[in-house]
Design a protein around this ligand. Structure first.
Ligand code: C2E
Ligand code: MG
Ligand code: MG
Ligand code: MG
Length: 290
């Protein structure tokens, strides 16, 4: 057992450990309970096509409101759900609910083609039966595979599982798009992009955040967009918050944008209303900061 940094004794460290383990255990059972009691729901965040100024799609983002704890952020409960494998049943519900919402929006004309709804998928979910569950969700709600995208992270592609190539090929055979999420935060080996083709690269928010202030970040985003362009893969920038970032991303040829500047993740009613309206920034002009 290592000592805690800063010269704390074992007693303090053990106490902290016990506390962390205890609250983890509590959160773990609360999570289990929450899945059974349907405390989870989806928010949706629109994605703008920076070229046409129209809404291109949206991303489904899972929310957990615990009766006592209040809203628990995904950054806290998703890793725990992955560890405990609760992400498998939870993710199946996310997929089903997203497909249901998509069908509703399509039926009422809220999201005309080529609108694509993206759902985040953890590597733990990508195993036997996953392709069938995607096919079932599409089938049950009558939505075409081409209007669904699955967001995967680099870790999924690098995980040394021989079946992954087949799984992704089967998903693509359903017409489903594959988007590489948080691009740039994982490993820098790009060889898998050739083996496992992606429909969109999503540049991680951390690059966009410092885009206008850090020359290094700007160089990296320039390189990423140039590489994606050479591969013929469109890029989505996530976490766009300022008109300055937007202007620069447009200049670099970034095709899609997502961020608080355009819309925050919100409940289906609010997001549906936004999607039916013309987006701000539709004219391609960069308006004054609001
Ligand atoms: P992600 O897939 O990279 O999602 C983007 C995150 O950035 C979301 O955080 C979104 O709310 C946030 N975001 C979007 N625009 C902005 C912006 O302009 N500024 C800032 N500061 N943040 C912005 P959220 O909703 O907290 O989700 C965090 C992560 O949790 C997601 O990152 C994703 O990895 C995971 N996650 C969420 N829902 C699901 C799900 O249904 N299944 C799985 N497996 N993971 C999920
Ligand atoms: Mg995502
Ligand atoms: Mg992302
Ligand atoms: Mg991210």
């Amino acid at each position: 057992q290592a000592k805690a940094p800063g010269g704390h004794g074992h007693a303090v460290y053990d106490e902290q450990m016990r506390h962390a383990a205890h609250s983890r255990l509590r959160l773990d059972s609360a999570l289990r309970d929450g899945v059974a009691r349907r405390q989870f729901h989806l928010h949706y965040q629109p994605v703008l096509d920076l070229r046409t100024g129209t809404w291109h799609g949206a991303e489904a983002l899972l929310r957990w409101r615990h009766p006592q704890l209040g809203p628990v952020p995904p950054g806290t409960f998703i890793p725990l759900a992955e560890e405990t494998r609760l992400i498998v049943p939870l993710g199946a519900r996310v997929l089903d609910e997203a497909a249901r919402q998509l069908a509703e929006w399509q039926a009422e004309g809220t999201v005309p083609p080529p609108f694509v709804l993206a759902v985040n998928v953890s590597s733990r979910q990508l195993r036997a039966g996953f392709v069938d569950s995607v096919a079932a969700a599409l089938d049950q709600h009558g939505v075409p595979g081409s209007s669904l995208a699955l967001e995967l992270t680099e870790s999924v592609l690098l995980a040394d599982s021989p079946g992954i190539g087949h799984t992704l090929a089967d998903l693509r055979a359903l017409g489903v798009q594959l988007h590489l999420d948080d691009f740039g935060t994982g490993y820098s080996s790009l060889s898998y992009l050739e083996r496992l083709p992606m429909d969109v690269l999503k540049i991680d928010r951390s690059f966009v955040a410092d885009l206008t202030t850090s020359t290094e970040k700007r160089a990296l985003v320039t390189a990423i967009t140039a590489m994606a362009d050479a591969l013929g893969i469109p890029v989505t920038a996530e976490g766009v918050e300022t008109p300055e970032q937007l202007a620069l991303l447009r200049e670099l040829g970034c095709r899609y944008g997502q961020g608080y500047l355009f819309a925050r993740p919100d409940d289906p009613r609010t997001t549906g209303g936004l999607l039916r309206a013309t987006p701000a920034y539709a004219d391609g002009a960069v308006p004054e900061a609001r």
